[in-house]
Design a protein around this ligand. Structure first.
Ligand SMILES: NC(=O)c1ccc[n+]([C@@H]2O[C@H](COP(=O)([O-])OP(=O)(O)OC[C@H]3O[C@@H](n4cnc5c(N)ncnc54)[C@H](O)[C@@H]3O)[C@@H](O)[C@H]2O)c1
Length: 473
């Protein structure tokens, strides 16, 4: 998790400014202007929230809930929709009162709002990046220029070119001693951390097979009908970002990355290739309107690791089918329940057999996780860990790992969408960028990265027909 070498003992902003290397690091970012030095004596960490939706609002609240944190305030907010920002502001203000100090002139709207929000911070402050993933590299680039620590949500990328870009940015952030957390919260689940140690210690032997299941109805914006009148194409695609591969990597990337990330963590490696099945069984919604989004409603992916062991992932978004939502590891000496339900819910447990029965008194049960008091929420844990790293200058960069998890996720998605085996090297080195000009969007009437046909339908994957990319535009 921690890839940054530690060389400083920073405990205050003043020390940070003197010693963090921020002013001495040679900039690898073209045209960077180093910001003004603010020799602030106070130790307040200010936060800007970029992307004030559900998760952004939650992440900002988590930041203000951090324990033993010293003073932290939410100081600026940015979104492309006024309404999203206003409701987020109300929500956080109600719960956190004075810790929310975002006057109207620190609430920014538009595609350049992120710049204004970050401009209002000082080096060493924190920016939260919780827009759909398409904007992640754009916003992360600017955060590094401004010398900001970052918390950004998963997934980080949906294609090869932006992954390579983000890996370079990760190095740049490390060279400036910036701390960067990524919202793959399983890594901060205390039960999963305990399980990881046990698996590394050999409790269930060598891993042969892992399984992840996320099967439920069509949630969030993964299934869409044609754009209604009165909203621009770009606004529609951003609002319904799970429906569009450029914006989110689709439901496969957005929903399934958690299991993919934590299972690969248990294995201590990333798979080298994926092959997959998938399709859209239902073409119309219950009211008979055509679905126009780019997702399949069913995915079954077989990942293979370098040692030949396998990881099977199944994802389904269809109502009325069996709901299955958990993850498992099978080893030569036993098995483990990783997430008992959902993306990351305890207890984790280990078993002498290959079929855990979930009976607390089962003689086959080896171990069941416990959660230390006050550490039951991995979303809060990830903030406690990040702020601790910032306050005490501990190495902290989750970006490389977050990009790799995003790539493995995209590898499985692309295997399903093309009907071809996809290797890790192929997805990493792919030249197909899904939204190449996302940094050039001016306003909500700017051209959208994917175009609908005359029936309002967007290009969908055609396995076996379109095989060098995920869809033909
Ligand atoms: N770790 C988790 O468990 C978890 C849970 C939910 C969401 N997420 C992630 O968080 C991200 C956001 O998801 P969400 O559910 O909060 O979506 P959301 O639609 O509720 O929020 C996204 C916000 O970003 C704004 N936005 C879009 N483009 C923008 C831009 N260019 N500049 C500024 N603002 C912009 C939108 O208007 C919206 O308010 C996604 O990447 C998602 O995968 C993670």
């Amino acid at each position: 998790m921690n890839e940054t070498p530690s060389n400083n003992n920073l405990s205050s902003r003043r020390d940070f400014l003197k010693t963090a290397g921020y002013f001495t690091a040679a900039s690898a970012l073209a045209g960077v202007t180093l910001p003004q030095v603010h020799a602030a004596e106070n130790n307040t960490l200010q936060i800007a929230l970029v992307g004030c939706g559900g998760r952004g609002t939650g992440a900002a609240a988590n930041a203000l809930d951090v324990k033993n944190k010293g003073p932290i305030t939410l100081a600026a907010m940015a979104d492309v929709f006024d309404k999203r920002l206003s409701s987020s502001y109300q929500n956080i203000k109600e719960k956190h009162g004075d810790a929310v100090d975002v006057p109207k002139d620190k609430r920014f709207i538009g595609f350049d709002a992120y710049k204004h929000a970050m401009d209002s911070l000082k080096p060493g402050d924190i920016v939260i990046l919780t827009t759909p993933l398409a904007f992640r590299w754009v916003h992360f680039t600017y955060a590094i220029q401004k010398g900001l620590n970052v918390f950004m949500e998963k997934p980080l990328t949906a294609d090869g070119p932006t992954s390579r870009r983000m890996l370079k940015l990760a190095d740049e952030a490390n060279s400036r001693n910036l701390k960067v957390g990524v919202g793959l919260m399983s890594r901060h689940s205390r039960p999963m951390q305990q399980l990881h140690e046990r698996i590394q210690g050999g409790e269930i032997g060598d891993i042969l097979l892992m399984r992840g299941y996320r099967c439920h109805g069509p949630v969030a914006s993964m299934a869409s009908v044609a754009k209604p009148e009165g909203i621009s194409e770009l606004a529609y695609q951003i609002q319904r970002f799970h429906s569009f591969l450029w914006a989110s990597g689709g439901c496969y990337s957005d929903f399934y990355i958690h299991h993919i990330d934590h299972l690969c963590w248990m294995k201590n490696g990333w798979p080298v290739k994926a092959s997959a099945l998938g399709g859209r069984h239902y073409k119309k919604d219950p009211e008979g309107r055509d679905y126009i989004d780019q997702n399949f409603d069913t995915y079954a992916v077989e990942y293979t690791f370098a040692d030949g062991s396998k990881f099977l992932f199944e994802g389904r978004c269809i109502n009325g089918c069996e709901a299955i939502y958990h993850s498992m590891v099978h080893g030569t000496k036993g098995s483990a329940v990783v997430s008992a339900s959902g993306d990351c819910s305890p207890p984790s447990s280990t078993w002498k057999t290959q079929s855990p029965d979930r009976n607390p008194k089962s003689p086959n049960r080896i171990w069941t996780s416990t959660t230390p008091p006050g550490q039951g929420d991995p979303y809060l844990n990830e903030w406690n860990d990040l702020v601790d790293a910032i306050r005490n200058d501990k190495p902290y960069s989750e970006v490389k790992r977050g990009v790799e998890a995003s790539l493995v996720t995209s590898m499985g998605r692309m295997a399903a969408h093309t009907g071809r085996e996809i290797t890790f090297d192929q997805i990493l080195n792919s030249e197909v960028e899904l939204a190449p000009d996302v940094d050039k969007l001016v306003d909500l009437n700017s051209p959208a990265p994917v175009k609908a046909d005359a029936n309002g339908k967007y290009p969908v994957p055609q396995p076996g027909i379109v095989t060098d990319r995920e869809y033909k535009s």
